[in-house]
Design a protein around this ligand. Structure first.
Ligand code: B12
Length: 437
């Protein structure tokens, strides 16, 4: 006798995610990428990043000693500021001159808590950490009531809900409803590409529904919302298999994996093939950490069901190959624009900058500053994604005003990489434009 119809319909959701792994032939390339991330994680000079730890934990092969050392470094970095009560934290902020105007650290704290959940054995998180994350979400929620958006951003707000869910902690229904409404009204975007954020939010919805942290009515709404997100991602797929851009494609794949649609959705295989064809695009620790989980057939939801005993201790770190030397020079045209109403002029700077052929955009900015020390100045802020451009010609992009220095190549194409990673071509025109997101 055949399977009853209802079971057949449920089958995709019941099958383990393993069926949705990339093809066998790609195993070597995926393993090499995992080993390279491990190599970067072993470099003590870099600040530990919880997203890197998550990627190491979600891989199919491991180096338990290196992972343990990395976890200890993360614990050192996070327990100090967050492992204390709210009152103590207030004093700590004052002593370390943390500004009250700074947005809540929802995303970093969420990733750290997700990392703790993925550790084997799972250390019981300091209660203060969970309280802190709840507090950050409340701050974000209050911000979204006042400004129509969270103080951090929806990506981080989604990560916050996901992390609490992974620790089986409830979130106020209003907090979840705010996310549902934002998704419904298409308000999740940050300056263009919304796939990453929609995906994180869909993962949070799926977690809440699966782990039965909400009532049946809300659970049905969340399931429907996650499926809508998965459908709209499949529809957004380009002919090259990419969904959004190459860096958001892994997030779409996480949604297909988490919702079980990876087995029925043709977009899954095409997007996976696009990733495998473009693995060289994932050259920084942050981008490797975001792509590796799906290359191992896993999503962030899998951290709630880790099998600690079955982890093969077979991965060894691999050093990154040094960038190939490119002889000669190139000239890049650097343009600074401010189209915002309060700027005195649209074009604030425009000049040709000669640099060595292998120069990055950051090198171009440094060369311009050396050529025109009085005219061209810029500032960056270190983030887990690399140096983030915050100030140009004395004009500061303000988070609270939703301004940022957008990077574009002429005529009007936003770059998909930051200043440290983008290597302009000879005679390319690069625009730094103060924009709103
Ligand atoms: C929200 C967001 C933004 C917001 C950040 C402001 C804010 N307060 O929220 C805005 C719109 C300003 C932004 C700008 C850019 N972004 Co953005 N952003 C994101 C997003 C959706 C979430 C980041 C986040 O909150 N992470 C969680 C927290 C815990 O991590 P964090 O490191 O502390 O987060 C901070 C930094 O990531 C920083 N940041 C955000 N984007 C970028 C990009 C780069 C290259 C750097 C160095 C830093 C940086 O802002 C975050 C908040 O303070 C990610 C999606 C993703 N998959 O990661 C893309 C993402 C990181 N951004 C990306 C890009 C390309 C950019 C831009 C270069 C786009 C452009 N052409 O101008 C610019 C950066 C330009 C600059 N000035 O240096 C890419 C990076 C890909 C890569 N190769 O590394 C991502 C992955 C999106 C994508 N799929 O393409 N971004």
């Amino acid at each position: 006798m055949g399977l009853p119809l209802v079971l057949l319909l449920l089958l995709p959701a019941l099958l383990p995610a393993r069926c949705c792994e990339p093809p066998e032939g790609s195993a070597g390339a995926v393993r090499a990428l995992s080993a390279r991330l491990l190599g970067l994680a072993g470099a003590a000079a870099r600040d530990p990043d919880p997203a890197v730890y998550l990627a190491l934990r979600l891989a199919r092969e491991h180096d338990p000693r290196l992972e343990q050392r990395y976890l200890e470094r993360l614990q050192d970095a996070f327990q100090h500021p967050y492992g204390r009560s709210l009152q103590e934290r207030g004093r700590w902020d004052a002593e370390h001159s943390m500004s009250a105007a700074e947005p809540p650290h929802t995303g970093r704290l969420a990733l750290y808590l997700l990392g703790l959940r993925a550790a084997c054995p799972t250390p019981s998180p300091h209660r203060a950490l969970v309280t802190w994350l709840k507090y950050c979400l409340e701050e974000d929620w209050t911000g979204s009531r006042r400004h129509g958006r969270p103080l951090s951003n929806y990506y981080q707000y989604g990560l916050g809900v996901l992390a609490l869910c992974a620790h089986h902690k409830r979130v106020r229904e209003e907090v979840i409803r705010r996310l549902l409404a934002a998704q419904h009204h298409g308000r999740l975007g940050h300056g263009g590409n919304t796939v990453d954020t929609e995906a994180v939010v869909a993962l949070a919805f799926t977690c809440l529904e699966r782990r039965r942290l909400v009532g049946t009515e809300l659970a049905a709404e969340l399931r429907a919302a996650a499926h809508r997100a998965s459908r709209s991602m499949a529809k957004a797929q380009g002919p090259d298999g990419v969904i959004g851009n190459i860096y958001s494609t892994p997030w779409a794949l996480q949604v297909f994996l988490a919702t079980g649609t990876c087995q029925t959705e043709p977009a899954f295989g095409q997007a996976m093939a696009a990733l495998l064809e473009n693995l060289e695009a994932f050259g920084t620790a942050a981008t490797m950490a975001q792509v590796l989980p799906v290359l191992h057939g896993r999503s962030y939801l899998d951290i709630t069901s880790m099998h600690c005993q079955e982890e093969p201790d077979t991965l060894t770190p691999l050093d990154m190959e040094p960038l190939a030397e490119v002889p000669g020079n190139k000239t890049v045209q650097l343009v600074v624009e401010c189209p915002l109403p309060w700027c005195y002029d649209l074009k604030l700077y425009d000049r040709l900058v000669p640099v060595p052929a292998a120069a990055s955009l950051l090198d171009v900015l440094q060369a311009a500053a050396a050529l025109d020390p009085h005219e061209f100045r810029f500032h960056t802020q270190d983030t887990s994604q690399g140096p983030f451009l915050t100030q140009v010609l004395g004009l500061e992009a303000r988070q609270e005003k939703q301004n940022y220095w957008q990077l574009l190549t002429a005529p009007d194409i936003p770059l998909q990489m930051g200043i440290a990673d983008y290597r302009p071509r000879d005679e390319e025109i690069l625009i730094l434009r103060l924009s709103e997101w």
